[in-house]
Structure formats: C-alpha cells, structure tokens
Design a protein around this ligand. Structure first.
Ligand SMILES: [Zn+2]
Length: 171
C-alpha cells in the first residue's frame, strides 16, 4: 500500500520518507494577510514564496467552498473568468479573495486549513502531525476523534486529508 496516497500539496512530489512529511492544521490565511501588508499581490504570487502561497490559496478554495464559491446572484464576471484561467491572474485573484475573506470575517478560527506537505515545503507551525504518527486507519480514527473536539476543526479539510493519506473508494 502506498502511503500517503497523494503527493505533497505544495511541490506535488511524492512524500517517500514518512519522517519528512506531516499534516499541518493552521490558519495560513492570516499569514497571507500579513505578507500582503509589505508586498504587492503581484510580488507575492510570483516571488520566492509563490509555490507555497499559490498552493495554499488553491487549498482554501478546495476546503472552504462556502466562503469562496460565489453565489449565483452576486457573481462578479471578472472573478469568474480569472478563476478559470490557470495563470498568474488566477493566482492573484485567489489570493485577493482569501485576504478579503479574512478581513471581513469575525472568527479567524474558521479559516484553519489542513495541508499534507514535506517538512521542507511548509514551515512547521500550528498543529502538525508527523506522518509516522498517522500511518494506519486506527491512528487516523484516533486523530479524528481528538481533532474533532477543536473549535477550529475544519471538517472538509480533514476529509480531504484522510483521502490524501489512505485513498478514496469510488463506491
Ligand atoms: Zn513538497
């Protein structure tokens, strides 16, 4: 059995050595806001941290659909087009949306993202679980019970992580 099933969310390469990978639960959005205080969005999405930033903003769209999927009535045509182009403008549009959601949200706890990553691809911060501590379904159930009690628990993100670790069955 391949474990984890999915590659690193940041660099997209497999995580071959368990001790060098982890699952992190963290409010990365607040850091994106912090970055944006000193740099333009263009610099952030194309500079040295761009691989990390662009992967994180993409994950926000995957894990927080309620926040980021525009409802039919209020859709902005420019955003709509930008999100569908896999290019610079799309990265910038996503980053801009994440920042505006943080700034308009009263409860920052709601924006904890889960990512699967190599230790060299994502800074260790927030809540991190080394992959060798969650490498069996039994351990994953224990983590699920434990994390499910956290006020910041992000169900959609955790569901995605479990699929990335153990695979999904298409029943
Ligand atoms: Zn990586």
């Amino acid at each position: 059995m391949t474990f984890p099933k999915d590659p690193c969310y940041i660099c997209k390469n497999p995580i071959d050595t368990l001790s060098l990978g982890y699952v992190i639960g963290h409010n990365f959005a607040e850091e994106l806001v912090y970055l944006s205080k000193n740099k333009s969005l263009e610099e952030i999405v194309s500079g040295k941290d761009s691989l990390f930033v662009n992967a994180i903003t993409m994950e926000y769209f995957n894990q927080f659909r309620d926040f980021f999927t525009p409802d039919e009535d209020s859709i902005d045509f420019r955003d709509y087009i930008a999100e569908r182009e896999v290019n610079f403008r799309a990265h910038k549009a996503r980053l801009s949306r994440v920042i505006s959601v943080v700034e308009n949200n009263d409860d920052p706890n709601e924006l904890h993202l889960f990512i699967l990553a190599h230790s060299e691809c994502a800074p260790e911060q927030g809540y991190s679980i080394n992959l060798d501590r969650i490498d069996s379904p039994q351990k994953a159930i224990e983590w699920t019970l434990h994390l499910g009690e956290k006020t910041w628990f992000n169900f959609d993100g955790w569901y995605r992580i479990l699929g990335s670790l153990f695979g999904r069955t298409s029943a």
